[in-house]
Design a binder for this molecule. Structure first.
Ligand SMILES: *Cc1c(COP(=O)(O)O)cnc(C)c1O
Length: 386
């Protein structure tokens, strides 16, 4: 089956599944073996080599979804991201890193790059010029993450990919927030796409995994480092992830439909100062989103007006859970100022627009009216601020 011609939900359901030739069961058999007959195949199979039957097959689904030639599945998003960065950055190299990126990635860069002799610059903002300004003669990699956390700012993927190509620099994009259902950076010229599969791929808040997709040539390079770092995922979880990914398309679309309605509801609400969601016509990234995304995603942020107490609001929610993670079928909210961005100084948070009133909302698949009711009652419970 050539996946190019298949529709998204068909790829989700069928691509890369393993035929059960012994019992003709309808789902992929799970192969837990860590030991395989070496006389059987050219490549020796071993979990840490990323080539057990379940790993190899699920990689095909991920590659098909990202319009890539090949993919690898890791034990976490950070395992995928760190292996990718260290494959292409050596001592004396320099990387240009987008300013607003996932905290764990930022921490990895700031805590460990110096030990490897790798230089880096964070961009001033998300504009083309900010990326261009950071490029040096030893720049080897440009790293982006769009939409960004928590304000859903977008980077012009095509423009940055072109800028990098002009300078013969490799590009890597963290596509976790959009998912391949909504955005395919490779189609826009990006070389490598990474995912925290803990988020939308898993989708039920019960799997830790990561993935990288790219050309076969690039994936071979990443593989040769990754097999030595040993960040593979156990086959049982690979199998579970395959099951989750069958519904990736319908889940993300249902979550996105809710997000769009909730964004509109919040935008009109008198207790809400600002809503950050690229799907709103009023959003500064709306036209760019239309060009580079196939929708607007299911993540949004909003700011309560000063009359309301954001912490009380979160405590008062009964259906929506206060939670650090995101992308599950259940709706969750968090305060970036108290969680993901707590380590930044108050000044840095303020300049980035992350106020104490800002709430990040990972929209789930619940019935819209129940989500709205929960938000309404929590708003009432957190007013007036004393
Ligand atoms: C969660 C996340 C990661 C890290 O993934 P883990 O699976 O937690 O290692 C990386 N990037 C983004 C955008 C994320 O949301």
């Amino acid at each position: 089956m050539s996946s190019k011609k298949l529709g998204l939900n068909t790829i989700c359901t069928h691509s890369g599944s393993i035929e059960d030739k012994t019992f003709q069961g309808s789902v992929s058999p799970l192969y837990m073996s860590t030991s395989f007959n070496f006389m059987d195949v050219d490549t020796k199979r071993y979990p840490r080599y990323f080539n057990t039957p379940n790993q190899e097959h699920l990689s095909k689904k991920i590659a098909a979804l990202e319009h890539a030639e090949a993919a690898l599945i890791f034990g976490s998003g950070m395992a995928a991201i760190s292996a990718t960065l260290l494959t292409f950055l050596k001592s004396g190299d320099h990387a240009v890193i987008q300013n607003d990126i996932y905290g764990g990635t930022r921490n990895f860069i700031e805590s460990h790059f110096a030990n490897y002799g790798i230089e880096y610059s964070f961009t001033k903002d998300l504009s083309y010029k900010a990326f261009e300004d950071c490029i040096q003669s030893n720049t080897k990699l440009i790293y982006i993450e769009t939409p960004s956390n928590p304000l859903m700012k977008l980077v012009d993927i095509f423009a940055i990919a072109k800028l990098a190509k002009n300078h013969k620099i490799i590009t890597a994009a963290d596509n976790t927030f959009a998912s391949p259902i909504i955005q395919n950076p490779i189609d826009l010229g990006i070389d490598i796409v990474m995912h925290s599969a803990t988020k939308y791929f898993g989708g039920h808040s019960d799997i830790s995994a990561g993935a990288v997709a790219s050309s076969q040539e690039i994936m071979d390079k990443i593989w040769s480092l990754a097999k030595d770092f040993g960040g593979n995922l156990s086959d049982y979880t690979v199998w579970l992830l395959e099951r989750s990914m069958k519904t990736l398309g319908i889940r993300v679309k249902a979550q996105q439909r809710n997000a769009k309605r909730l964004a509109k509801f919040l935008e009109k609400h008198s207790a809400v100062k600002t809503v950050y969601y690229p799907g709103l016509k009023s959003n500064e990234y709306h036209s760019l989103a239309k060009i580079q995304m196939k929708g607007y995603g299911a993540m949004l942020s909003f700011e309560l007006t000063d009359k309301y107490d954001a912490e009380k609001f979160l405590e008062a929610l009964t259906l929506i859970k206060p939670s650090m993670s995101l992308a599950g079928v259940e709706s969750t909210m968090l305060l970036p100022s108290k969680t993901s961005h707590a380590l930044l100084s108050e000044f840095d948070r303020a300049t980035q627009g992350i106020t104490d009133q800002l709430i990040r909302f990972s929209v789930g698949i619940e019935t819209k009216k129940d989500l709205i009711e929960d938000i309404e009652q929590a708003i009432s419970a957190s007013n007036p601020k004393k």
